[in-house]
Write a protein that binds this ligand. Sequence first.
Ligand SMILES: CCCCCCCC/C=C\CCCCCCCC(=O)SCCNC(=O)CCNC(=O)[C@H](O)C(C)(C)COP(=O)(O)OP(=O)(O)OC[C@H]1O[C@@H](n2cnc3c(N)ncnc32)[C@H](O)[C@@H]1OP(=O)(O)O
Length: 157
Amino acid sequence: MDAFQDHYPENVAHCYGCGRLNDHGHQIKTVWEGDETVTRFTPEPYHTSVPGFVYGGLIASLIDCHSTGSAAAAMYRAEGRDLDSLPPFRFVTGSLHVDFLKPTPIDGPIELRGRITEVKGRKVVVETAVLAAGVLTARGNVVAIQMPEDFGTAKPG
Ligand SMILES: CCCCCCCC/C=C\CCCCCCCC(=O)SCCNC(=O)CCNC(=O)[C@H](O)C(C)(C)COP(=O)(O)OP(=O)(O)OC[C@H]1O[C@@H](n2cnc3c(N)ncnc32)[C@H](O)[C@@H]1OP(=O)(O)O
């Protein structure tokens, strides 16, 4: 499968949620389906909260990386650029909001379906529906911001 995350340059492919080079991470894969971005993920038994249901932090994590990947893909699409073209668009999470609507059953795949609701300057807003067996169990709203060149090097304070 040719997913957005397969195009992340090696130096930013270690993210716990989406880095293909992180052996301990979720290694999520996201693709376009029309105007929606879609991630499918099958939880493991150890992703339990209450027995039978998925831990909410995992759902937040999936929404997070699904959304930053979707934001980058949306920016490439808006500019008519190929995913491998340079310079790469790199997005980090500015804000992550999750509404947990129903318990998410752990015994099957989870589907995340994202819509891009705003592209403005360095900011992309992604709204995501989380579905288990076709039932909406959570909603996410993420503000993704294009990474500044000095990300991680700026001194606190
Ligand atoms: C498809 C193929 C792609 C191929 C290539 C892609 C390469 C892949 C690259 C990378 C992937 C790997 C990475 C994945 C990451 C996964 C998710 C995470 O875990 S990320 C870690 C957790 N997040 C942080 O650590 C951020 C820490 N925060 C910051 O560094 C800054 O606060 C930052 C960058 C988020 C914003 O700082 P400013 O100084 O640049 O922002 P200002 O210029 O003030 O604002 C720009 C716009 O953003 C809004 N904004 C900023 N922060 C916001 C916030 N918290 N909530 C809402 N809006 C916010 C502002 O209101 C402004 O919007 P207005 O233009 O006025 O409309």
